[in-house]
Design a protein around this ligand. Structure first.
Ligand SMILES: Nc1ncnc2c1ncn2[C@@H]1O[C@H](COP(=O)(O)OP(=O)(O)OP(=O)(O)O)[C@@H](O)[C@H]1O
Ligand SMILES: [Mg+2]
Length: 327
């Protein structure tokens, strides 16, 4: 059993090697019950590998992974009941000539569920996912991309697992459908209390997550709640927004030289956020400095930092002194 029974998912110093290559080189993170954990990283970072360990498809080279307090390598059968899995490419899991309800029957039977039970369960989940009678009884091949994603989410939930793992549920959808899908997932999480792990390339999932893990080349570069991560920035969650008359590379260089400025994040086309240790105390001195340096500006104000600022400045900190990066 895990040392932390309150954790629905607990991953401790997990390493996975394929031959000599380590896809995961020692990662640790967790999610408590009912949380939505986002795993964000570029292609090849090791995201799917984490899910394959959690579903028991591959074994760890070393380290531990627990679901519901159970070691995934020791309780394979139990784990398959505890975990629902929505794969990266939904077309691999759906029968296109079947309706969503018929797909559910097929998948439900693999778990030994009875047809009536499957019907009730799939209708309940599909309703939460916004399906009416017409959509539930339409061939999958005639559904839109977003609707198909939601059918594959329903299949992952068919056996009523307390944990749902979703491998890039928003990839390939347009911005509207990405948010729609995430909203439906949040609704499932709220109504059924399902703990979720959502994998994405994209930061936009952060707004839907209670905890975030950033993976880079098989290592965790950041892990925490969105607020915890933001509060590690200088200013502890606050920054100074400077609306400039115009913004040029030379001006950005000048701003970066202002004493006390630790990071700089670009906002829109005309503004920057400056990260200093005590933003409220630095507001007036900053205005004086900008005047002295003859940097034209329209406004300087104290604003909250957000996760997009965090991501702009933090992981790329090594790039230069100010942490300022292209966006
Ligand atoms: N079975 C395997 N044999 C050898 N290498 C593998 C295997 N599975 C994954 N890898 C390698 O491990 C690394 C991580 O793969 P993984 O699928 O976890 O990445 P990912 O973060 O999910 O990427 P993507 O966003 O493209 O899906 C990649 O470099 C991949 O080539
Ligand atoms: Mg992947």
């Amino acid at each position: 059993m895990s040392d932390h029974p309150e954790r629905e998912i607990d991953i401790i110093d997990l390493k996975v090697a394929f031959g000599k290559f380590y896809a995961l080189s020692g990662v640790s993170f967790f999610a408590d019950k009912r949380e939505v954990l986002g795993i964000i990283g570029a292609s090849g970072a090791g995201k799917t590998t984490v899910l394959r360990v959690l579903t028991g498809q591959i074994g760890p080279t070393s380290g531990k992974a627990y679901v519901g307090g159970h070691d995934v390598t020791k309780k394979r059968k139990l784990i398959s009941l505890l975990v629902g899995y929505v794969p990266q490419l939904e077309h691999l899991s759906l029968y296109w000539d079947f309706t969503p309800l018929q797909n559910a029957q097929f998948f439900g039977r693999c778990y030994g569920l009875r047809p009536k039970e499957i019907e009730k369960r799939s209708r309940n989940v599909l309703e939460i996912l916004g399906f009416d009678e017409e959509l539930m009884t339409k061939h999958v091949k005639k559904l839109s991309g977003g609707e198909r994603k939601r059918v594959s989410i329903c299949l992952g939930m068919i056996h009523d697992p307390p944990v749902l793992l979703l491998d890039e549920p928003t990839t390939g959808l347009d911005a509207h459908l990405r948010h729609e899908t995430l909203n439906y997932l949040k609704r499932l999480n709220y109504e059924l209390g399902t703990t979720m792990v959502i994998i994405s390339h994209d930061l936009e999932i952060v707004d839907y997550c209670t905890r975030v893990c950033l993976l880079e080349e098989g290592l965790v570069s950041q892990f925490g709640t969105p607020d915890e991560l933001i509060s590690t920035l200088p200013g502890h969650g606050e920054s100074l927004l400077v609306i400039l008359g115009s913004r040029s590379p030379a001006m950005l260089d000048l701003l970066g030289e202002i004493p006390g400025v630790k990071y700089m994040a670009r906002v829109g086309r005309q503004s920057v956020k400056l990260f200093v240790d005590n933003p409220s105390q630095e507001l007036v001195p900053l205005i004086e400095t900008l005047n002295e340096m003859k940097i034209p500006f329209d406004e300087v104000s104290l604003v909250e930092a957000d996760f997009f600022d965090f991501f702009q400045v933090k992981p790329f900190r090594q790039k230069d002194q100010t942490g300022e990066v292209e966006v």
